[in-house]
Design a protein around this ligand. Structure first.
Ligand code: KG4
Ligand code: ZN
Length: 333
């Protein structure tokens, strides 16, 4: 069976096609809206919806071209219908329903978070195995900073438990807002990562003593850090040569905030494998700090439809992929 998967939860129009028996990933297309969002320094939800309207048919055409398939070769359409930007999700869900209706094929709405949790199973598309279950998973992106316990039978019963999340900003949002303060383009996360990797010494990473949040248990907080960085960057005597030490120290504070909570989770679940995914999981310094963690490939850490397709394929294998009703809607949470 060939599954066509769609994800429009934020500002990437994503389409993937996967063959369920062989787990072959036949196409994996991401049309990013970054250029449209850059003048605004972040994602404008209404603009993301409009961009999906333009980019989604193009992403579908590309996916069909890459896989050398025709629409009639598709057997099932799956789409993430929650959580995310509501307008963006509505475009994806409407698109998926229209396709399914026109092709007389079933369609299923799936959870974007569950798809991120399933991204390590994309190893199967390359003939490799995912890390041994159970897992602790940190999903860390521009919209999420959340810890989950993924249980032993996850691939059969899809059971996982939410352990904790951010009380305010997501870690990726902190990267982007801190970058914006010193004039970096959106999204600043990858720019800060590359700049610090290439130019910062260990001393520069501790040049500014930024606070580490002391939130209880497995909850995170990054808004205090953002304010602390703004108080420095907006001082009239702030010199442009201090920008590198500033972002190097801020990156270190964000990553320390993530690692401190991972450490608590690991003490609670000492025998679980650690998985880190979401856009911030592309960060090279984070990968350096967590040498024994499993990180999906960078293109499968950021938003993509391949992770939605593998979730659907495994649900299908377990007899748990059921068609959604035509009145399925989208939900921001
Ligand atoms: O998962 P994603 O593509 O979209 C959502 O936010 O859902 O993640 C994008 C976020 C942005 O905030 C971006 O700045 C951050 O991930 N990001 C990074 C890196 N690559 C992407 N942050 C730090 N270092 C990176 N290398
Ligand atoms: Zn995501």
């Amino acid at each position: 069976m060939r599954i066509l998967a769609i994800d429009t939860s934020c500002d990437d129009s994503c389409v993937a096609i996967l063959e369920t028996e062989s787990f072959e990933l036949l196409a994996d297309v991401v049309q990013s809206h970054t250029e449209t969002m850059q003048p605004f320094g972040g994602v404008v939800p209404e603009l993301a919806s409009r961009e999906h309207l333009k980019a989604l048919p193009i992403a579908l055409e590309k996916a069909l071209e890459i896989s050398r398939l025709l629409l009639r070769n598709i057997d099932w359409i799956v789409v993430t219908h929650r959580p995310g930007l509501i307008g963006a999700l509505l475009v994806g869900v409407s698109f998926a329903k229209s396709l399914a209706y026109a092709l007389s094929k079933p369609f299923t709405g799936l959870s974007h978070i569950e798809a991120h949790l399933f991204s390590p199973f994309l190893a199967l598309t390359e003939g490799q195995s995912p890390p041994p279950l159970p897992w602790i998973v940190l999903v860390v992106s521009g919209g999420h900073t959340e810890l989950f316990e993924v249980q032993k039978d996850f691939a059969k019963d899809f059971s996982y438990v939410w352990l904790g999340g951010t009380l305010d900003d997501a870690a990726g949002e902190a990267f982007d807002k801190i970058g914006k303060l010193i004039g970096l383009k959106y999204p600043a996360g990858p720019l800060i990562d590359a700049w610090v990797r290439e130019a910062a010494t260990p001393e520069l990473r501790s040049a500014f003593a930024f606070p580490r949040a002391t939130t209880p248990g497995l909850s995170f907080s990054f808004s205090g850090l953002k304010t602390a960085v703004a108080l420095v960057a907006e001082r009239p005597d702030f010199a442009s040569q201090s920008r590198l030490p500033l972002v190097a120290s801020a990156q270190e504070a964000i990553l320390d905030g993530l690692c401190a909570k991972i450490q608590i989770a690991r003490e609670r679940f000492p025998h679980h494998s650690l998985v880190v995914t979401g856009g911030v999981a592309c960060n090279s310094r984070l990968r350096e700090k967590l040498t024994d963690a499993h990180f999906p490939k960078p293109r499968h850490c950021t938003d993509n439809a391949a992770m939605v397709a593998i979730l659907a394929a495994i649900r299908h294998r377990e007899g748990q992929l059921t068609a959604s009703p035509w009145n399925l809607s989208a939900a921001s949470r």
